[in-house]
Design a protein around this ligand. Structure first.
Ligand code: OSB
Ligand code: MG
Length: 393
């Protein structure tokens, strides 16, 4: 395929309730949607960067300029024969993994559509996994009572696992409250988004009493060494999210015992190719992975579900149903939770869903079209496009 045209849509969808983590609080989901066009066929993806560099250093603004100045010119310079070769176009370009991922994932969607097969087949997913077990990630709540009510509600809806966000001062008591409210057998875990320091090991060890499936990213994103020490100290398995940006990171982390589980988000690691490598490295070493989430719209959610069909995704993902996030999703019909606590993988060609035109018009805050063989791109985004958006802190 030769990319002929690229549509960029910056969208904002109100969240039903604010999502608070140790990094800040978000009441609107904002994202770039990218649509690649070739031969009259679209390829869709959603970029998981936020307005501010709190989860990783990428932002909507860095993504836009990485695409414009470096990534799109390389991708559109010559035809693409196979989605597996996309990452070779980035040789020498460091970082910008979320920007790279969105383009690569849109190419994968395009090839699925062009060949008339669902993306999971193209990715090598297990044909027996048509329904993906899912959990829900609950943000920091204003009170223990609010946390308890929400968790009980999600458990009643059928979610297979409850994850809660923790930070110093909101950890042992919320976890204890939840364990008592949900019962001994409910799979539970906690995610700190790097809120703790190595000195906090003693406090974190108190979580061992509550039989969490795992503790996600307790320490700094760039620190495998202290995670290794902590993993030795705790009985609760350590799962890494922010710390794992590549297959090499995964290999090192497993090798040194910094974690025994990885939360894979294709956007964080640069796309499907790298996500599959991480999946495989874990499998070869006898470890498991699961699919995280970034509060994606239905476009990114569909991508995550297709990825989750690979055989070593062993635990429920953070890919919850549309109504856990939005009154209205970008896709119609929205993703719904099956009574058995799964989401169904869309069966159409590619990711099997597309942005509903009317909803896209209503949620779109900005649009740009890039065209031409070399996609010579001029102009720039308005200075105030991202001001005051996204996570507040
Ligand atoms: O750390 O997994 C995380 C959301 C935004 C940024 C980081 C994280 C999360 C979540 C929510 O936990 C997962 C989801 O429901 O999409
Ligand atoms: Mg996380």
């Amino acid at each position: 395929m030769q990319i002929e045209l690229i549509d960029l849509d910056f969208v904002e969808l109100p969240l039903k309730a604010p999502f608070e983590t140790s990094m800040g609080r978000e009441s609107v989901k904002s994202a770039w949607l990218v649509t690649l066009w070739a031969e009259g066929i679209p390829g869709y993806a959603e970029c998981v960067a936020d307005a501010h560099p709190f989860y990783t250093e990428e932002t909507h603004a860095t993504v836009y300029y990485a695409w414009k100045n470096d990534l799109v010119p390389r991708l559109a310079a010559q035809p693409i024969g196979d989605p597996e070769t996309v990452s070779t176009r980035w040789t020498g370009v460091r970082g910008h993994r979320m920007a790279k991922a969105a383009l690569e994932m849109a190419v994968w969607d395009w090839f699925g559509r062009a060949r008339g097969i669902p993306l999971w087949r193209l990715l090598g997913g297990d044909p027996g996994r048509r329904q993906i077990p899912v959990g829900v990630s609950i943000g920091i709540q204003p009170s223990l009572e609010a946390l308890k009510d929400l968790a009980i509600q999600y458990q009643a809806e059928g979610y297979q696992r409850i994850k809660i966000k923790i930070k110093p001062g909101w950890d042992v008591l919320p976890v204890k409250t939840l364990r008592e409210a949900l019962g001994a057998s409910m799979p539970m875990m906690a995610d700190a988004n790097s809120a703790y320091r190595p000195d906090d090991a003693e406090d974190l060890a108190r979580l061992d009493d509550f039989r969490l499936m795992m503790l996600e990213q307790p320490l700094a994103y760039d620190d495998l060494v202290d995670h290794q020490q902590l993993a030795r100290r705790l009985r609760t398995p350590i799962c890494l999210d922010e710390s794992i940006r590549s297959a090499e990171d995964a290999r090192r982390a497993f090798q040194m015992g910094a974690c025994s589980v990885i939360n894979i988000k294709p956007g964080r690691v640069g796309g499907y190719q790298e996500a599959k490598r991480i999946h495989d490295i874990a499998m070869e070493r006898g470890y498991g992975v699961w699919c995280g989430g970034m509060l994606e719209t239905g476009i990114g959610r569909a991508h995550n579900l297709h990825l989750s069909t690979l055989p070593n995704f062993r635990w429920p993902g953070d890919t919850s149903a549309s109504d856990r996030y939005f009154v209205e999703d970008l896709v119609d019909p929205p993703f719904q939770l099956n009574p058995d606590g799964t989401l169904s993988v869309p069966e159409g060609p590619g990711i099997g869903v597309y942005p509903d035109p009317d909803r896209l018009r209503r949620f779109r805050r900005y649009h740009e079209t890039w065209r031409g063989q070399t996609l010579r791109i001029s102009g720039g985004i308005p200075d105030d496009l991202f001001r005051g958006r996204g996570v507040q802190r």
